[in-house]
Design a protein around this ligand. Structure first.
Ligand code: GLN
Length: 197
């Protein structure tokens, strides 16, 4: 049976995620209303503009449904804006994230000069060498709660990928590279094939 994976399709690069997940054999649903979370094994919250995603998600009553989905054992992976949306707290106070994961996140953490960059980083749980990571006006993790594990960091030690149980967040965009290993990691996490973080 293929895994049922939803991609939150309110705003952002959900189509790129969908293409990779389908290539890996998942059954993918574009989620635009909370009832579409029913029956899903996992959900991807894509990159895009976190302000727009939060605004639209609030309008359609997603926050409670998302927290219920997590409480009931659904896996969630946020990339970039998706990481911001999943956070419990943001350094910049103007946006209220959905508290799916116990992390404090800084939006646009890398400032203007280096607002976009690419680098190769090793990632826990991924074999075969580092992942090519694309950062676009990327956030970073400033604080991690108990039970949240850093699974990738930059050379200067900044955490850019974290995991806690069936939750995962990456500051970069694996859906924009041909390398499918981070999506495979999420499918393994969703299937319960990874030991608890
Ligand atoms: N910094 C952006 C935001 O606040 C996220 C950018 C991205 O997803 N590439 O939404």
């Amino acid at each position: 049976m293929p895994l049922n994976i939803g991609v939150l399709a309110l705003q952002g690069d959900f189509q790129e995620h969908r293409a990779v997940l389908e290539k890996l054999g998942a059954h993918v649903t574009e989620v635009r209303l909370p009832h579409q979370l029913e029956g899903l094994d996992g959900l991807v919250i894509p990159g895009g503009e976190s302000t727009s995603i939060v605004k639209l998600a609030n309008r359609y009553d997603f926050p409670d449904a998302l927290r219920r989905f997590v409480d009931e054992g659904g896996a969630v992976w946020g990339t970039c804006a998706g990481m911001i949306v999943m956070a419990s707290k943001l350094v910049e106070p103007e946006l209220e994230p959905f508290s799916l994961m116990d992390i404090t996140v800084s939006r646009n953490s890398f400032g203007r000069q280096v607002d976009s960059f690419e680098t190769d980083i090793p990632m826990d749980g991924i074999e075969g060498g580092p992942v090519h990571a694309v950062f676009i006006r990327a956030p970073s993790v400033q604080e991690q709660g108990e039970g949240v594990e850093c699974i990738a960091k930059l050379d200067d030690g900044t955490p850019v990928a974290v995991r806690s149980g069936k939750l995962m967040a990456t500051a970069f965009h694996p859906e924009l590279t041909p390398d499918t290993r981070v999506h495979e990691l999420f499918l393994r996490l969703t299937a319960g094939e990874l030991s608890p973080a």
